[in-house]
Design a protein around this ligand. Structure first.
Ligand code: ZN
Ligand code: ZN
Length: 411
């Protein structure tokens, strides 16, 4: 018997470096993880450079690599991916941007880059979508709210470039910047001009919104400006189902990860109450994953939280959240007809408070794997496993081979 389905479970930023508070063990080594350890005992393990040895991956580039889309060939910046993650369908050639709602004063000084951490920006985004008009420049746009103070913007039109600066001064108390073309190409100049016009009109519309007037009355920061950055041109991604002959889905809290999933053609599955933090609805996510595997051949599940603790430099919190994750994974033990791969997208060492190039632990569990002697899922134990050290771009080929979907090379 061979498994037919594949679950790729990315434990975002779970791996680390030795921490003095755990006697120089990593949080994953120090954590009590009976479920992951059982899966490791029954599976095959190794370590993985998600992009290449020593490369510090972003979550976006790492996920692209794990899905078999080498970022050096496919990645064109964060904007188009965030736009997809906010529900904008990006067509080839469109320019995508990340957006923050922000507060500026009458002099154009940015006083709050997150507009008092506003949420529920739906009405504001709808007003922008309906009232901003860039038709004199020949530019169409789509504007959508994201989580919290975030949103996304996409431009469609002839002769638009992506080499443009941002209006975000990156700090509070500084004046709003103008968008500039970063080259002398007419395409980039046109995009910069459209952005300046967009931000001016959006600012005027936002000031008139009842929601903002109510906020000001309450003493909250009004969301009266949009900070736009991360410009990138949407490229062509060979659809996942054509590339692999499998129907796939993505389950993640972060728009960056759902965006990666949908750009390659995975179907996005929304789960109530998932936040990407330690208080996320993990049980709901696991239930949704199991039921999705009845319909789909492949599911990408991203579990964040450990990454956040790593960015905070909080090893104790990271260890505790790893234990919460392990508990939530228990129902996966009973999955039938499914190959499960566990890995991280990158390490997020508490001592670094950011992503590092350290390889991540990899575990593959399911019918047909050559079970090795590793009986714990952690960075050190997995380094002694049968998969040895592989690159992220080889993960999909290895998984496809184990479900007998690999094409023969030669006669
Ligand atoms: Zn990540
Ligand atoms: Zn991170």
């Amino acid at each position: 018997m061979t498994a037919e389905k594949i679950l790729l479970c990315v434990l975002d930023g779970i791996s680390d470096r030795p921490c003095p508070e755990f006697g120089y063990r990593t949080p994953l080594q120090a954590a009590h993880t009976p479920n992951l350890d059982t899966l490791a005992r029954e599976g095959i393990c190794g370590i993985m450079d998600t992009i290449a040895p020593g490369i510090r991956p972003g979550s976006d580039t790492a996920h692209l690599s794990l899905l078999g889309y080498p970022p050096e060939r496919y990645y064109t910046g964060r904007g188009p991916i965030e736009a997809e993650g906010c529900g904008i369908h990006m067509e080839r050639g469109m320019i995508g941007f990340r957006v923050n709602y922000a507060t500026i004063d009458d002099e154009g000084i940015v006083t709050d880059r997150r507009a008092g951490r506003i949420s529920d920006t739906g009405a504001l985004s709808r007003a922008i979508q309906e009232e901003v008009d860039l038709s004199s420049l020949g530019v169409e746009f789509v504007f959508r709210s994201g989580a919290g103070h975030r949103a996304a913007l996409a431009f469609r039109g002839e002769g638009l470039g992506a080499a443009v600066s941002s209006n975000d001064p990156k700090k509070e108390g500084a004046i709003l910047h103008r968008f500039e073309a970063l080259t002398s190409k007419p395409e980039d100049r046109k995009t910069a001009e459209a952005l300046n016009d967009f931000a001016r009109q959006a600012g005027e519309i936002l000031r008139e919104q009842p929601l903002n007037q109510e906020r000001e009355k309450r003493g909250d920061q009004p969301a009266n400006m949009v900070l736009i950055r991360g410009a990138g041109q949407m490229g062509h991604y060979e659809p996942f189902n054509e590339k692999y002959g499998m129907k796939g889905s993505v389950i993640a809290a972060a728009t960056l990860i759902t965006g990666i999933g949908t750009v390659v053609g995975l179907t996005r599955v929304d789960v109530q109450g998932i936040t990407g933090s330690a208080n996320t609805n993990l049980e709901g996510k696991i239930r949704a994953t199991i039921s999705e595997l009845e319909k789909a051949d492949f599911v990408l599940l991203n579990i964040k939280g450990a990454d956040e603790a790593g960015h905070d430099g909080n090893a104790q919190k990271k260890k505790e959240f790893i234990e919460v994750i392990d508990q939530a994974l228990a129902p996966l033990q009973d999955l039938e007809n499914c190959l499960i791969a566990f890995c991280a997208d990158h390490s997020t060492p508490c001592s670094v408070k950011d992503h590092s190039g350290d390889p991540v632990p990899l575990l593959i569990h399911g019918e047909g794997v050559r079970v090795d002697g590793v009986d714990r899922y952690d960075e050190i134990a997995c380094a002694g496993g049968g998969l040895h050290r592989i690159r992220g771009e080889y993960l999909m080929p290895v998984l496809l081979d184990l479900v007998n979907r690999s094409r023969k090379y030669g006669a």
